[in-house]
Design a protein around this ligand. Sequence first.
Ligand SMILES: *Cc1c(COP(=O)(O)O)cnc(C)c1O
Length: 428
Amino acid sequence: MDGNKHTPEGILSMDQNDALSGFRKRFYIPENTIYMDGNSLGLLSVDSEESLLRVVDEWKKLAIGGWTEGKRPWFWFAEEIGAMAGELVGADPGEVIMSGTTTVNIHALVSSFFRPEGKRNKILADELNFPSDLYALKGQLKIKGFDPEKHLLLAESDENGLLDEEKITGMMTDEIALVFLPSVIYHTGQLLDMEYLAAEASKRDIVIGFDCSHSAGAIPHRFNEWGVDFALWCSYKYMNGGPGSTAFLYVNKKHFGKEPLLAGWFGCNKEKQFDMLNEFIPSPDAGRWQISSPAILSSAPVEGALKITLEAGIENIRKKSVKLTTLLYDLIKTEIIPYFQGCRIVTPTEPQRRGGHIAIKHPEAARISEALRARGVVPDLRPPDIIRIAPVALYNNYTEVWKTIRILKDIMEKKEYERFPVVRRAVT
Ligand SMILES: *Cc1c(COP(=O)(O)O)cnc(C)c1O
């Protein structure tokens, strides 16, 4: 790498030449903090605050009228915000809807897309998957009368903790009815080759879905072009929608005719919904997988956050994100690893195999992460031994990455972490 970047002047010039630097001032950065935890909870922007306060005001003044008379009428909120998010993931109109939460969307979609037939009655996932995703898959297998011990196959990671796409496709046998994988592995930060996996699944007539919670808002997706069958993701990580904000789901239009089995009245054709028919007449598109009245207050901030993301452009966001994580990666390699035993990077070296964060493994990860917090750097700990550092393109800068490493090195040199008790935070 360019040795220049290691000097404070080099770093400063990266910030000065950053085309996205103007977006930082639209976010509320906690005071005296270097926030490196946007992969867990993105920050509030003035745009999100505005869209949220607007909806609160509509509730105040319009009451029930807000459903049809709000600036963005609540009745069509999920469809309209879904269309905005569709631009980020390469979807056609009607293929993305804002709805529910990540895990509920897994249940809603897998209940429709896992259609066991004869010996094709297994689900393929991976052992590194987010626990909630695995709980949902196991639950769905049980609902259909299958033993998860035998019918949920988990691709294993290699000695470096990484998944190998070819090994995964090797497991796509004629016993597999559904493949469900994350886009980015939440602890290691490995980005899977979704295009390759979708093509291989399609060759074998296997349905494939992705949980894109750790890539949406950070990485461009081309679901249609890749032939992905379905996907879902949360909006509170790189999408900056706020704690517990409403999630999204994508269904490829070739599946619009499928039946939503976790059916609910907000999945109805909107022209018929208030006819209150006992017969379920579904929406013609992905909207049919909605279940309940949309959580409007948890959806409102997502509108503002999406506005910023679309304004910045997801390709530009990815470009900057790769530069930020590359700088971080290089600094860890040159400034930390050679000096401190037991420390290594578990995120893949190649930028195209990385999501938006870098993960470091160290036996003292928990206490190091406490020491970082005490110095104003907010990282994220995945117990027992992984620290994740996520510099986010929209609001972090190169100087912060540089400072984070300076502080980390200082903590390690002085063994400052030894002063901290081993604590277990309720939320990490
Ligand atoms: C963040 C995340 C979740 C969280 O699920 P919720 O239902 O939103 O609480 C689930 N799966 C993955 C892969 C995630 O990254």
